[in-house]
Every structure is written in C-alpha cells, then in structure tokens.
Design a protein around this ligand. Structure first.
Ligand SMILES: [Fe+2]
Length: 391
C-alpha cells in the first residue's frame, strides 16, 4: 500500500518562497508569518523517491553525507503550489511538500496526530456523562466505521462498552484481535479472572472491594488498554468502577496547584513479586508531555514499592497522594457498571482508574491488555482511511 503524507491537508498552499543565504523562507496561504527552513533541513526532509521511500516512508537520504555548506542552484514551485523542487549546486535535487513544511510547524494536522471526533470528554461529578459510550459486537466485527467508533469512544471518554458479545473465549479473542495484537504480560496473553482461580496471588483474584487504580504501575510500559468480557455472573455486587484520572488532574490543578505539581514531579515506584518474578517501574502519578499536558495517570497503592523522600518532600507527597485518593474514592466521580454476560468493558489504562465492588457468588471475566502504541496505531490508520473515503 502506498502511504501518503498529504491526506490531512488538501487546502494549504505555498503563497510565496524566498531564497535567503541561510535557507528558504516560506509564506503559506493562511497568511501566517513566514517561516525559515535551513537548506540542510530541507535536504534531510525531502519527499522525492531518492530521499524517502514512497511505500514505507523510511528515510533514504544519507543525512550524514549532506554537506554543511549545501546551497541551492535553482528553486521551482509547481503549478499546484504544493510542491517545491530544489536543485543543489552539487548536482542533486530535492522535492519538498507543503504538507511536511506546514505539518511539522503545527500549521496543519500532522499525519500522526490522533483527532478524537468528539474531542476529549473529561467526566466527573462536575461534568457527568449522560450516555454510556456503547457499540455492538456484530457491528464492530463487520464494519470498519463501527470499529472506528469504538476506538474513538475510548480516545474521547477513556472507555467504551461493547454489547452483544458472545461469552466464548474464541469470540473474545476475535474482538481483541479486531483492535490489534494483544500485549503479553506476566499474566499471559489472554487471561481468565475469577476468585476461583489461584493463578496469581493478586488482589484482583478475590471477591473483595478493589479501590480505583491503574494496572501495571510496576511496568515501564504499563498496558495502554484493558479489556474484559463478562463470561459468567451468578451472584450479587461486583460492579466495575471507573474514575476519570484526567478529571482528577484537572481538578487538582485548579483547586490545589501545589498538590498537583507534587504528583507531577515525584516518581512513585511500583513492584510485583511472585516466585520467579520481580518487576519494578516508577513514574509520577501525573506524567506530562512536552506541552505540559497529562499524558499518563498512574496510581496503584496496592502495588506501591517502598520509597523514601526527604522530610519536606515526604510530607508534600503524602498530602497530595491522599488528596488524589480522596477524589478517586468519591463515589460522585464514579461510573459504576454492572457487567453481565454479553457485555465487554474496555478502558484506557493510562487515563481511567478502575475498581470493583465486593461481591458474593461466581464472576468470571476473560480479558487482555493492548499496548498504547497498538491502540494509537489502529486509531491512526482507521482515521486515515476514513479521511481517504470522504475525500
Ligand atoms: Fe486492576
């Protein structure tokens, strides 16, 4: 399949280009300020088939052989005003597209950006959800549009329910694989979860109330998504509990900035031990991206490993950590879902905390994890395909 950089951007054009000693000054058709791109950068980012493999988008140009004093001999803008051809004094040439020039500057959506069609809907007692994001298994399995709706639910709300899911392992596997390859962990590829099982000594394999938490705080690459299908239920209680970690971050940042910053800074270790296994990872409760936005929430007091902080830091940490715990355990911020056979729940483990009410009786779940990278990849390609269908 031929890949393309230009599906997101069919409107931006080149208004004007000017050759300057230090590089090419580009004015876009949106009349924003002109930008300067160095000659070296332009040679390194060429989109012609000698610079970039058209099928894989892997770089072919030898970055390390580009002369530092590279200079242009001739510059042409094509008729569509979307492509620039540069002939260099050393006899080589480069083509450069307006999509790459504007995309890397954030002037137009970049191909790797995820654009949830409903935006990021953060929910808690202040902004309750009116409807449960839900899709139907037969549609997800047969229709790419419904599959995209499922994934965009997860991107927007942090979770989604799938209805009409058969209780068999095989059909649950199919649903998981429909999203992408599952993430293997020490719990295996797909796992059954029930108090009757003694596969692992984890609190999840019990009937007790489980406080809201995220999974895999002890992994460097915590699972991106967690999915489980309720295969059997015969008892009372056991509702699944979800809390939006982004909402907790938003509220703490607003109401108690010092506590928020403490949870952005102090790295909290997690560990998991059983015979032959000792995994350990650590990161702050709120991990920020380069734009200072929360990109991952990690909170699991069950799995927290011993940690020691200077006295003033320790005091700040316990205060902030307790405040997080208070928000997370305030039932007004919860969504409670009584999962019964036929229903599958999937949620973003980098955003939404999950818990479980205590129960009596029999409850069997069958589930798996997906990595964050797998989820983003599937969402990105489906969104890309949909744009191509519309255009
Ligand atoms: Fe869990």
């Amino acid at each position: 399949m031929r890949r393309s950089y230009d599906a997101n951007n069919d409107k931006m054009k080149l208004a004007n280009v000017s050759s300057l000693p230090e590089g090419l000054e580009v004015q876009f058709s949106d009349n924003t300020d002109p930008l300067l791109y160095s000659w070296f950068w332009l040679r390194d980012h060429g989109v012609d088939s000698d610079s970039l493999d058209p099928d894989t988008l892997q770089r072919k140009v030898n970055t390390f052989a580009i002369p530092s004093d590279l200079a242009p001999r001739n510059i042409d803008v094509d008729q569509s005003r979307t492509l620039i051809h540069i002939d260099w004094v050393d006899g080589s040439s480069t083509s450069m597209s307006v999509d790459v020039l504007s995309g890397v500057e954030g002037r137009t959506p970049q191909p790797h950006e995820l654009v949830p069609y409903k935006g990021c809907n953060v929910w808690d007692s202040e902004s309750p959800l009116n409807d449960m994001p839900t899709v139907a298994f037969p549609k997800v399995m047969s229709c790419e549009k419904s599959l995209l709706e499922w994934l965009e639910n997860i991107a927007s709300y942090g979770f989604s329910i799938v209805d009409e899911v058969p209780s068999s392992d095989q059909e649950t596997d199919s649903l998981a694989e429909r999203l992408g390859p599952v993430q293997q962990t020490l719990f295996g590829r797909m796992w059954h979860l029930s108090a009757e099982l003694v596969d692992h000594g984890d609190s999840a394999y019990s009937t007790q109330y489980l406080e809201p938490h995220t999974d895999g705080t002890y992994y460097h690459d915590a699972p991106g998504l967690q999915m489980f299908n309720c295969q059997e239920f015969d008892g009372k209680g056991g509702e699944s509990v979800l809390v939006d970690g982004f909402a907790i971050a938003r509220r703490m940042q607003r109401d108690d900035p010092e506590a928020y910053e403490t949870l952005c800074e102090i790295r909290v270790p997690g560990h998991y031990l059983e015979p032959g296994v000792h995994v350990r990872g650590e990161r702050p409760v709120f991990q920020l991206n380069d734009s200072q936005q929360v990109q991952q929430v990690s909170f699991n007091n069950y799995d927290r490993a011993p940690m020691r902080l200077p006295p003033d830091q320790e005091q700040k940490f316990y205060r902030a950590y307790s405040l997080f715990h208070e928000y997370a355990n305030d039932q007004k911020n919860w969504i409670k879902i009584p999962l019964r056979p036929g229903k599958t729940l999937i949620f973003d483990n980098w955003r939404v905390l999950h818990g479980r009410m205590g129960y009596v009786g029999k409850r069997v779940f069958y589930g798996c994890y997906h990595s964050r990278a797998t989820f983003e990849s599937r969402l990105r390609t489906l969104q890309h395909n949909q744009k191509l269908d519309i255009s």
